[in-house]
Design a protein. Structure first.
Length: 146
């Protein structure tokens, strides 16, 4: 499989994998100067790249970098970013600061990770009845704490 990547700015860094076993590719901030994200603030950080997924059986998911999230409270403002197969605009990362301290993003800093995954596109069939299961409609803790 190929992932086509277009640099939209000369300073853009292509995504990289930290190790051979890394599922995600690191995305880099393509900014000219530092951006400080204050507690409770949201910022959209450009990466300077656009991508072309092979077809509609693929999606690119954007996830927080664990170090930024755990150590600094910097996470994706929408939880998980979804880049659809037909999107050709700039990949941008919405970040939020859920900590009590400002955090400064530097130019070319790794800000998120991108994972390419398969998509299953089912045929939708409206019905009045769903198959019964042992769990049924139980949710939100219905299976217990442990």
């Amino acid at each position: 499989m190929e992932l086509k990547i277009k640099r939209l700015r000369e300073s853009a860094k292509l995504p990289t994998r930290g190790t051979q076993g890394s599922a995600g590719m690191d995305l880099y901030a393509c900014i000219d100067e530092e951006i400080t994200i204050n507690p409770g603030d949201l910022e959209i950080i450009p990466t300077g790249i656009a991508i072309a997924l092979p077809d509609n059986t693929c999606v690119a998911y954007l996830y927080a970098r664990s170090g930024l999230g755990v150590k600094h409270g910097i996470c994706l403002s929408n939880g998980v970013g979804v880049i659809d197969s037909d999107y050709r605009g700039e990949v941008c990362v919405g970040l939020c600061n859920v900590s009590d301290k400002p955090y400064t993003i530097s130019p070319s800093e790794r800000i998120a990770q991108m994972v390419i995954s398969p998509v299953i596109i089912p045929e939708l069939i409206e019905t009045d009845n769903l198959d019964a299961t042992e769990r049924g409609a139980g949710g939100f803790g219905s299976t217990g704490k442990q």
